[in-house]
Design a protein around this ligand. Structure first.
Ligand SMILES: [Zn+2]
Length: 253
């Protein structure tokens, strides 16, 4: 992370604050919100801003849909205005992603079909990013990388993707930004953007492999006594225990 200035908007406030914190990404606007979420603290506890506490709505862990749930195939709609509802969604996505020990999550995966995704590929789990209406501006290079997905628990396969991308999006203050990404971050952004189009990483595999994966997931759901066994469907509003929990140390998206 490069030292710089962090543009920070309070979740429910109209004015912005500019804080001298790390950040070379305007998207990091979301980081303050994210630190609060991942630590269980609040903005006030981090920055001594007591007046912010009343502005924060508690974040909610949402149920993650599992493959082959047909709702994962819906195309997400663009966000017209980045308002408190969208910021709440971003916060809920981060909360859900951290609880599931994932490194990325798209709104589609929690059955909200809006173009919002969140990521945190840092080792410390303290650098959340929020992308609203993301678009790939340019892409170059191509290489295989191993991917997992919170909606396809415990399955990891190699997928070919662009190795360098430039992405444009809105941050949680509604500000447009562009950023360059490579390596794991580039893979994550592309993986999550696929979710917004109703596409899953298993779509890049052969039909035979997809069938094997479907069967394996069904068997695992039965073994863990999941009442959803056979349907492949996560129940909306189900408690956090109903989400896909990775049982390996490898990150999922
Ligand atoms: Zn995924």
């Amino acid at each position: 992370m490069v030292a710089g200035r962090l543009v920070y908007c309070r979740p429910a406030a109209k004015d912005w604050d500019v804080l001298p914190v790390f950040a070379d990404y305007p998207a990091i606007c979301a980081i303050v919100l994210g630190i609060k979420l991942s630590s269980g603290g609040t903005l006030a506890t981090i920055f001594g801003r007591k007046h912010d506490i009343s502005l924060i709505t508690p974040m909610t862990k949402l149920a993650i849909l599992e493959y082959p749930d047909p709702r994962l195939r819906k195309t997400a709609k663009p966000i017209d205005v980045v308002d408190d509802g969208v910021r709440q969604l971003a916060g809920d996505l981060l909360e859900t992603m951290y609880a599931a020990k994932g490194i990325g999550l798209a709104a589609t995966q929690v059955d909200v079909h809006r173009r919002v995704l969140v990521l945190d590929v840092s080792d410390e789990r303290n650098q959340p990013l929020v992308f609203i209406n993301p678009e790939i501006v340019s892409a170059s290079g191509r290489g295989p990388g191993e991917e997992g997905c919170l909606s396809v628990p415990d399955i990891y396969e190699k997928v070919q993707r662009a190795t360098h991308i430039r992405v444009r999006a809105l941050g949680t203050c509604g500000q447009a930004f562009e950023m360059d990404a490579e390596g794991l971050l580039a893979v994550c952004i592309q993986h999550e953007m696929d979710h917004l189009e109703g596409k899953l990483f298993v779509d890049y595999l052969s039909e035979l492999k997809r069938q094997l994966i479907r069967r394996r997931l069904e068997k695992e759901r039965k073994q863990r006594g999941d009442s959803r066994a056979g349907s492949g469907v996560a129940i909306p509003g189900a408690p956090a225990s109903g989400v896909a929990m990775p049982r390996t140390s490898r990150p999922a998206l």
